[in-house]
Design a binder for this molecule. Structure first.
Ligand code: PRX
Length: 632
């Protein structure tokens, strides 16, 4: 049952919104106080802490210098390169100022975009912090994306400067990055950006384009003593753009503000994550995803914690590596994903008990459904509570979670518990828009205004923001999460999967439409359907059904055993290996309705061995039969 103290705080956050958030806003530094807690004069656009001047980097670094200059701010451990570096808050301050000097030297000013396409290295974090220090706007692109996905993001964000590295590393294998950026820049039609390349010495002899490409170390040497004052920005000023997938093939640039984000994250570190200033905190995500933005970089630093940046796999050099880090750095809170835990679950369980985990108090998991066996296995193995968080790139911090920093309410397996304070939630009937009661399945919606920290708009496209998220129910603009949910009699929520064509592969969000477009870049594919199919390890995997143009050519490739791999390669080149279909089935037609709409849910049901559902609108029943046969 939702506890009394939790219920009281949640009610207060909604009913006395202004006083609640004004109180929370005291957690951060305001160079000039805000005039209004929330300006909601232009719904659904919420302008939090209007008139207040602040800066994210100041809150993450400068503010702590008086009390924690010599405390570790960032610990970097790479089991790929064997490197470990510690940066105190004073050292982090120096590195961020140097990089801010470098960016200023390349012409970056307030409002300009800086794109970061880097592996999990400290310089990527310096770059994020240096960008917001200048009042500029970063866009981190996950290092696993290939050239054309990167080009699409460059075209949309139009950065003045792009940071990259010679290469990343995975499983000991060097993965060059700069050549992908070079290719992306030839595909892009944005004005040419300056490029800063961090040479890690992993992929030597890469050509530099004179006048465009700059060496990180050389520029840094020129700015060793740089002191770059923070640019104070109005609370609503954008801090970053982070692209995420939706129903269309075109990713959306989720735009985040400055003040609301800082306040939401600061409060979450106490109320949800129970992390005290000075504590060591370890989030295993990647800086290219929202979890990395919020809980590797900004939240722990704003909180005065020590954040651990880990480059490597959970199983290398052995499956005890995470727990060794917990022991060595006395980690108190950890944040990871169900898939990562399922990877560990395949290993010898004694790895969980070889290290001293007495410092650890909680493990938080987010990004995809947490199944009971995984949750039980890890909770009993490491002996701390496991807390399931549900949220989205759009919201920046949890929508549903237990909030042990407010009250330690009992947890139910399979449920991310209750609405986070600040969020007013409803489960609505998809067709009628009616709010539903206990145990009724519907679409999870947030009644606006959205709390601080949530996206302010889609970068450069206010109209798309409203039409995508607030137009599901005509005349009744509520924010749609595009997730199915139920709530039980005791108020616990359960998430039951997406209502749209987004799939979740190992906690990574992908649009099936994007993958379909990538499959269709193969010259012999005319059309294709991609669906997410349940997978024991990754949650879901993409499976493609492709209509070939030239049966003979594909038959020839099939004889060589190469047809599937060819299509997979096309996706690797276009999106990156994260989008690669686990299987490609070749067919001559796809099941569609008479109006031409792809029957994706039926295809998915068949692929998962379920009943394909209502087929009265199907145009050509033999197409479905082909899918059945292809699946064997
Ligand atoms: O479908 C939900 C699923 O992941 C989506 C959001 O993905 P992304 O934008 O990458 O943000 C991840 C931030 C943690 C959601 O719409 N999802 C996320 N967390 C959970 C989840 N599904 C079930 N349980 C969760 N805890």
């Amino acid at each position: 049952m939702a506890g009394e103290r939790y219920a009281q705080v949640h009610a207060q956050s909604i009913e006395e919104r202004s006083s609640f958030w004004a109180e929370q806003a005291r957690r951060i530094h305001w160079e000039r106080p805000f005039e209004q807690v929330l300006d909601y004069s232009r719904p659904p656009f919420a302008h939090w802490f209007k008139g207040g001047l602040t800066n994210l980097a100041y809150n993450a670094i400068d503010r702590h210098l008086a009390t924690r200059a010599d405390q570790d701010a960032l610990v970097y451990v790479s089991t790929e390169t064997g490197q470990t570096h510690r940066y105190t808050y004073a050292q982090l301050y120096r590195e961020v100022n140097r990089l801010a000097g470098m960016l200023t030297g390349l012409g970056v000013g307030q409002g300009d975009r800086v794109l970061i396409y880097m592996p999990m290295v400290p310089e990527a974090i310096f770059a994020m912090l240096a960008t917001v220090r200048l009042g500029a706007v970063h866009s981190v692109v996950f290092g696993g994306f290939a050239a054309s996905s990167l080009a699409a993001r460059i075209d949309d964000a139009r950065p003045r400067v792009i940071l990259t590295a010679d290469a990343g590393m995975r499983m000991g294998k060097v993965i060059p990055l700069k050549p992908l950026l070079d290719e992306a820049l030839t595909l892009s039609d944005a004005p040419e950006a300056k490029v800063i390349v961090l040479d890690r010495g992993l992929a030597p002899d890469q050509p530099y384009k004179p006048g465009r490409d700059h060496d990180y170390a050389r520029l840094r040497a020129e700015h060793m003593n740089a002191e770059v004052p923070c640019t104070w920005v109005e609370s609503g000023h954008p801090s970053y753009i982070l692209y995420t997938s939706g129903t269309t093939g075109r990713p959306k640039g989720v735009q985040r503000d400055t003040g609301g984000y800082a306040v939401a994250l600061a409060s979450s570190m106490e109320y949800i994550y129970c992390a005290r200033p000075g504590d060591a905190w370890f989030c295993t995500s990647d800086i290219g995803w929202v979890v990395g933005h919020s809980y590797i970089v900004y939240a722990p630093l704003i909180n005065g914690s020590t954040t651990i940046l880990y480059e490597g796999l959970p199983t290398r050099p052995d499956p005890g590596i995470w727990w060794k880090l917990v022991q060595d750095y006395r980690v108190t809170g950890m944040f990871s994903s169900p898939t990562a835990v399922r990877v560990l679950k395949k290993q010898d369980p004694s790895w969980l008990t070889r290290y001293d985990l007495s410092s650890l108090r909680y493990l938080f998991l987010a990004g995809e459904p947490l199944d009971q066996p995984t949750s039980d296995w890890i909770a009993s193995g490491i002996g701390v509570p496991v807390i399931d968080n549900y949220w989205q790139t759009e919201t920046g911090w949890p929508i549903l979670t237990a909030q042990p920093g407010i009250e330690d309410t009992p947890r139910k397996l399979g449920s991310p518990s209750f609405a986070t304070y600040g969020y007013q939630l409803e489960i609505r009937d998809e067709a009628s828009g009616q709010a539903l009661g206990a145990d009724q399945k519907g679409v999870l919606c947030i009644v606006p205004p959205m709390p601080p920290g949530c996206m302010s708009t889609i970068w450069g496209d206010d109209k798309r923001f409203v039409s995508t998220y607030f137009s599901t129910f005509e005349g009744d603009p509520v924010y749609t999460t595009f997730d199915w949910a139920t709530r039980d009699e005791e108020g616990y929520y359960f998430i039951l999967g997406r209502t749209d064509d987004v799939i979740n592969v190992a906690g990574h969000r992908l649009g099936t439409r994007e993958i379909e477009e990538a499959v269709q870049t193969h010259p012999n594919i005319a059309e294709c359907a991609v669906v997410g199919v349940a997978d024991a390890l990754k949650g879901q995997v993409p499976v493609a059904f492709a209509v070939v143009k030239d049966i003979e050519a594909i038959a020839d490739a099939a004889r060589r055993g190469a047809h599937e791999a060819e299509v997979q390669k096309a996706v690797d080149r276009h999106i990156g290996a994260i989008g690669r279909p686990a299987r490609v089935h070749f067919v001559t037609g796809l099941p569609k309705t008479r109006s031409g709409k792809l029957l994706r849910r039926s295809i998915q049901a068949l692929a998962e061995g379920r009943d394909p559902g209502d087929l009265t609108t199907i145009e050509d029943p033999s197409a479905l039969e082909q899918i059945r046969q292809a699946l064997g």
